[in-house]
Design a protein around this ligand. Structure first.
Ligand code: PLP
Length: 274
């Protein structure tokens, strides 16, 4: 089942997830959405209580950190026993084409994932599992190695820009920011604001007219996608995600953006809101 998000952070609401657990539930998949780590203490406690696996979706969170309730230093992809990263070109760590990685501290699981990505082969012509062709090509790997060395600098730039955005956006009535819990150090894969749903599209049009591209991540929650109709979670089953889907706007965010450009975006947004 798909669970709703917390209204302030837009991260998995563990209390709601608890209500969705059925005898068929095997795993909880918290998404570190927009580059911010989910409430892994709540997720881990829930998983332990119901003997469930946890898989972090770290696709948007390369390098994100958060302190745990006991002062633990959490780093995305190294909190749960297993995590998945995406190297889609637009991600904080992007390849030339498709790509991704699984991180785990369990050797047997790592071996299995390595096999599955290569037609299930443990060695040449020795197929242990029925696998896939999910190998990362050498050129992409070479580029990723270079980009990996630049990841921290890129994330630091995103953090500086996000801090500036947040200060400036706080001046605008009618704009809601995604909350950052104490101890959370997101990597701002996306800079998402929320505005009144009735005005959202007009605001985007005004920004577009000012030459500012925006996007919506995501206009339709997963439980309302046709692919998941079989779950029977129609409209109203995840009300917070549904409302947020109508209110969100992703503003420009990438490491090479300048503070002056952020100011221009905020000025155009202020004019659109007036
Ligand atoms: C949160 C999240 N999970 C999963 C994915 C899927 O990643 P990929 O397209 O590399 O399979 C993405 C990327 O689009 C994502 O943003």
């Amino acid at each position: 089942m798909l669970a709703d998000v917390d209204d302030a952070t837009l991260l998995l609401d563990a209390a709601d997830a608890a209500r969705r657990i059925t005898p068929r539930t095997r795993c909880i998949i918290p998404v570190h959405l927009f580059g911010q780590i989910a409430d892994m203490a709540a997720v881990s406690a829930l998983a332990a209580a119901h003997r469930l696996h946890v898989l972090e979706d770290a696709a948007q969170a390369h390098g994100a950190t958060r302190s745990g309730p006991g002062g633990e230093h959490w780093r995305a992809g190294a909190i749960a026993p297993v995590a998945a990263f995406s190297f889609y070109p637009t991600k904080n760590l992007g390849a030339l084409g498709e790509g991704g990685a699984v991180t785990t501290r369990h050797g047997a699981l790592a071996d299995r994932v390595r096999r599955l990505r290569d037609h299930g082969q443990a060695g040449r012509h020795d197929h242990v599992d029925i696998g896939y062709n999910a190998r990362l090509d050498a050129v992409s790997c070479a580029c990723l190695s270079i980009s990996l060395a630049r990841l921290d600098a890129g994330n630091a730039a995103r953090r500086r820009l996000a801090a500036h955005y947040r200060t400036r956006l706080a001046e605008l009535p009618g704009v809601r920011l995604v909350a950052e819990p104490t101890g959370s150090a997101p990597v701002h894969h996306l800079l998402v604001i929320r505005v009144a749903a009735a005005r959202r599209d007009a605001i985007r049009d005004r920004l577009a007219a000012a030459g500012i591209a925006t996007a919506i991540h995501y206009p339709r929650p997963i439980h309302l996608q046709r692919a998941y109709a079989h779950l029977g979670q129609g409209p109203g089953s995840c009300p917070i995600a549904e409302r947020a889907a109508g209110e969100m706007i992703s503003l420009p965010m990438y490491p090479d953006l300048t503070v002056a450009q952020v100011d221009r975006v905020v000025a155009a947004l202020a004019a659109a809101l007036a």
